[in-house]
Design a protein around this ligand. Structure first.
Ligand code: ADP
Length: 449
């Protein structure tokens, strides 16, 4: 049993981890930058250590400072949350060298999924379906053109080191291949210092459906069903739900098996997410695996009634899991509430929250680190709260979400609440018939409508 866990993160996820630790009788250490001195995660932890100035590289990404904080507080484990160092194999390794348990997979498991080509090759070997494409990196334009013809247009050029939707280019026919090819390489070089490119078939109007998995230290892996994440803006998720309105029992069995296989073939230990693209014929293809807890984990918690942070802690302490899979008993939807102006192209809107009323009542959950008087710093991501609703059916869940969004009042900064209200009324969203391109044609209108 851990005695004390340091949380190498900030905001709502740090608070989320503190809550479970408290329920399990584990002490907590918060770390914070000078910009976060007033954040709730700092107040709710048993101890808090300032690790530097606002810039992430000087605080939440600064490994020596975090390790020093762990040493002086005598923490025996570190929870990395999501983002920052959560998928940094070197950090996991350094924790091991200090004799501090990294709550997550081993450094080699992180590495095997960190690079997209390596991950894809591993999946092909394990028999998990992947998007058809080149065998690894393509360096020569002529070779690339030949491959694209073989794969069949449209194709997508992707950076092996890619992330956040950068370094991706869709090519519809050979006439502009060369131009897109050099653009993709330049963008990849500039963003990741690595211009390695590979080619994939572009799946048209796909859904992004991901599976939550968990694996213990003894090789047992199970799944906790899927999350539908097709409502994205520039490849960033805004709404997630479970179960997916597109799912059938048969497809869930097939995808669940593939997700477990993905975990088993790297002896995955911890909770993780296997992301798939699903086409309209319900063919599914492995896209990538996230070796950490995800922002959208609460929708799974709500439908399978399981605390995923507790699972992470138990697995890290060496407990066995049963190996049985978990299926949705309810429907849950999460709306990400960001301090952004949806009427002005989602421009960030940091600043002071003058007044705040969060939604309450049956089936409503709000995960947030903010309060009235809190100043949202401009240095980090703009998510200030997650609003999660749970009900017996999708229809009831949408109705509940509409009610909960009406109640959620934030004054002082702009938020994405008007976007979510509008989306909940959208016929296409309500029908469940949408794909990853849905928001490309979604009109916000103007604020006074
Ligand atoms: P990143 O790591 O940059 O987020 P991903 O590989 O996870 O990139 O892809 C992000 C999104 O890009 C997916 O959710 C999907 O919307 C789109 N995408 C990626 N690959 C393909 C593909 N082969 N066909 C169609 N869309 C794709």
């Amino acid at each position: 049993m851990f005695n004390k866990v340091l949380i190498a993160n900030r905001g709502e996820i740090a608070l989320r981890v503190i809550r479970t630790c408290r329920e399990m009788g584990i002490k907590t250490v918060a770390v914070f930058s000078t910009a976060d001195a007033d954040s709730l995660h700092v107040r709710f932890a048993d101890e808090a250590v300032c690790i530097g100035p606002p810039a992430s590289k000087d605080s939440y990404l600064n490994i020596p400072r975090i390790m020093a904080a762990a040493e002086i507080t005598n923490a025996d484990a570190i929870h990395p949350g999501y983002g920052f160092l959560a998928e940094n194999a070197d950090f996991a390794e350094i924790c091991g060298e200090y004799g501090i348990k990294f709550i997550g997979p081993t450094p080699s498991q992180i590495k095997s999924m960190g690079d997209k080509i390596t991950a894809k090759t591993t999946m092909i070997k394990a028999g998990v379906p992947v998007v058809p494409g080149s065998d690894g990196l393509v360096t020569d334009l002529k070779h690339a053109l030949g491959l694209a013809k073989e794969i069949g247009y449209p194709v997508i050029l992707k950076a092996t080191a890619g992330g956040g939707g950068k370094g991706m280019r869709i090519v519809h026919d050979p006439s502009n291949f060369e131009e897109q090819w050099s653009r993709a390489r330049q963008e990849a070089k500039a963003s990741f210092g690595n211009d390695g490119i590979y080619i994939e078939k572009y799946i048209e109007e796909p859904r992004h459906i991901e599976f939550q998995i968990a694996g213990d230290q003894f090789g047992t892996v199970c799944h906790l069903s899927e999350r539908e994440c097709s409502i994205q803006r520039r490849h960033q998720k805004l709404i997630e739900e479970s179960p997916s309105p597109f799912m059938t029992d048969e497809l869930r069995e097939k995808m669940g098996k593939a997700a477990i296989l993905a975990g088993e073939c790297i002896h995955y230990e911890g909770v993780g997410t296997v992301e798939f693209l699903v086409d309209k014929y319900r063919n599914f293809y492995f896209m990538e695996m996230n070796t950490r807890i995800q922002v959208e984990h609460p929708v799974t918690e709500e439908v399978v009634d399981h605390d995923l942070i507790k699972e992470q802690l138990k697995i890290a302490m060496g407990e066995k899991i049963s190996g049985k899979n978990y299926y949705p008993q309810m429907h849950a939807i999460e709306c990400r509430i960001n301090a952004e102006d949806p009427f002005k192209d989602f421009r960030p809107s940091p600043g002071k929250i003058l007044s705040l009323h969060t939604s309450k009542g049956h089936g409503v959950r709000v995960d947030t680190h903010v309060y009235a008087g809190y100043v949202i710093p401009p240095f980090y991501d703009s998510m200030i709260a997650k609003l999660i609703c749970r009900a017996r059916t999708r229809e009831e869940c949408i109705t509940k979400m509409e009610r909960a969004l009406e109640e959620f009042i934030v004054e002082g900064v702009k938020t994405t609440i008007p976007f979510h209200k509008k989306l909940m009324k959208d016929e296409k969203f309500r029908s469940g018939d949408f794909h990853t391109g849905f928001l490309n044609t979604f009109e916000m209108g103007n604020p006074d409508e």
